[in-house]
Design a protein around this ligand. Structure first.
Ligand code: NAD
Length: 478
């Protein structure tokens, strides 16, 4: 602390630390409900999601998809000569990000949220210090929300810096398309970005510690994604980890791969090293809580640094809440926003109940989207599940879009017909899951879905057909 520069102490009813999807939603919602709110952010409004994650990655994925569709359009009689100008894509992506982040700032201002730039640390149970360069001020609060998000885990020996080892943020900020890209980790980020970079023209290799892509998702959802990736020429080294790397020439990395302990035979016929112009490491994320000095406020974190919360999202200090990635799984922006909203409503003494069913989407080719329970999970919870399924190859809209890969699957409780969950793999799975989310959150039944007329020809008809299949009344399959 530099006493020369400290300014007067401010007071606020609700102090929110972090302006990502968790924090800015908490701030706006609380302000809407009449709470006096101060939102502190040290870098960009919108957090990782808007600045370095969801939004720029989806822009890149879209540009890659356009290039890929144009290149493969000859299948449907359209011939195009495609060239990818990576720098132009980047500038377009940056404009999209700027528009959205500016929008968040305006929304906060118009709702009367006081915005403070700087890095907050807790001084005690009711005060933070906010430092911005050499300026420092103290803000006293009645309640606070920790919404500081997460950052990429660093692999030992693979420090992120300005060399060829990239986290997702730097991969999304590259000036030039790397000719050869090595991706470490075949999870969400690894699969979304390896698919996009391969479509843009990079030669991509993916190394994954486990024996397949997207751990945690059922095989039948993952299989079409793996097939597309292999068709795009992506090489996979499963059951391997990136052990070490050396810089060979002008920023080019040679990465040594090692078989994992579980499968000692996995080294056979496998790559032992990969040379690449860039190495994207995407092996999970860790919370940003270490710089907050939470111990001064009596807030406990677990052994991985995630803030511990109860079902009301209160921390061990009941005046302080934690939301979003900083509070742990599922590390999804929409779950974070939902938590932010819940906390704001409880601070404003409004009744607030969590909504059921957090959807998850992987923006690969094809997309994967899930919500609620799988059949196995439903059975484990004591339901008597029935599964209705409809392949997109029997859906007119999918065929007319030349995207017939995939299916919609609905899980319902047989005796009551209640929709418990859904899994979709296919074009626009991210949009199709919305109907299933509405059903899961509102205890709708398969009959409610069947009783809704879907426009023809649309992909949404596949959800209706899956519901019909669950009741044994499918029209377009048997
Ligand atoms: P992840 O947990 O999805 O995947 C990490 C992968 O890396 C796993 O497959 C793991 O087995 C593998 N791995 C771990 N250590 C390894 C090693 N040493 N060598 C090789 N492989 C290794 O993590 P992520 O892709 O970094 O994403 C982080 C989080 O960001 C996710 O949990 C997700 O919630 C979120 N995210 C979500 C979306 C989305 O919703 N579409 C997109 C991107 C990221």
């Amino acid at each position: 602390m530099t006493e020369d520069h400290s300014s007067t102490t401010g007071e606020t009813e609700l102090l929110v630390v972090g302006a990502g999807p968790a924090g800015y939603v908490a701030a706006i919602r609380a302000a809407q409900l009449g709470v006096d709110v101060t939102l502190v952010e040290r870098s960009g409004f919108g957090g990782t999601c808007l600045n370095h994650g969801c939004i720029p990655s989806k822009a890149l994925i879209h540009a890659a998809e356009v290039a890929h569709e144009a290149r493969t359009a000859h299948e449907i009689g359209v011939h195009a000569d495609v060239s990818v100008e990576f720098g132009e894509i980047r500038r377009w992506k940056d404009r999209v990000v700027r528009r959205l982040t500016r929008g968040i700032e305006l929304l906060c201002e118009r709702n009367g949220v006081a915005l403070v730039e700087g890095e907050a640390t807790f001084e005690d149970e009711g005060t933070v210090a906010v430092r911005d360069g050499s300026d420092e001020r103290r803000i006293g609060f009645e309640r606070a929300v920790v919404a500081t998000g997460s950052r990429p885990i660093e692999l030992p020996g693979f420090a992120y810096g300005d060399g060829p080892i990239l986290d997702a943020r730097r991969a999304l900020e590259l000036e030039e398309l790397p000719e050869r890209l090595l991706v470490v980790g075949a999870g969400y980020i690894g699969m979304e970005l390896s698919t996009a970079f391969a479509k843009l023209g990079a030669r991509v290799t993916v190394v994954e510690a486990l024996d397949g892509i997207l751990p945690g998702y059922d095989d039948d959802l993952v299989e079409p994604v793996y097939r597309t990736a292999a068709d795009l020429g992506i090489d996979f080294a499963f059951d391997h980890v990136a052990a070490d790397w050396t810089e060979t020439a002008d920023g080019v990395a040679t990465v040594e791969l090692e078989p994992t302990g579980d499968r000692p035979d996995a080294g056979d016929d496998r790559l032992e090293s990969v040379t690449a112009d860039a190495v994207l490491v995407a092996v999970g994320r860790e919370p940003v809580t270490d710089s907050l000095e939470l111990e001064n406020a009596g807030v406990d974190v677990d052994s991985n640094g995630f803030v511990e919360t109860n079902d009301r999202l209160e921390t061990s200090n009941e005046r302080i809440f934690a939301v979003g990635d900083a509070a742990g799984e599922p590390l999804l922006a929409h779950a974070a926003s939902e938590e932010g909203k819940r906390v704001a409503e409880s601070v404003a003494a409004e009744s607030s109940t969590g909504r059921a069913g957090v959807p998850a989407v992987v923006f690969t080719d094809p997309e994967i989207a899930t919500v609620g329970l799988t059949a196995d999970a439903a059975e484990a919870e004591g339901y008597d599940p029935v599964v209705g399924r409809f392949p997109l190859r029997a859906n007119g809209r999918a065929l007319t879009a030349n995207a017939s890969e995939g299916f919609v699957s609905l899980v319902a409780d047989e005796p009551s017909g209640r929709v418990l969950g859904g899994q979709v793999v296919g074009r626009e799975a991210s949009e199709l899951i919305a109907t299933v989310s509405v059903a899961v959150a509102n205890d709708l039944t398969v009959d409610d879905i069947v009783g809704t007329i879907q426009a023809h020809p649309t992909l949404a008809e596949a959800v209706e057909e899956a519901a019909l299949d669950a009741t044994g009344d499918a029209i377009h399959t048997y």
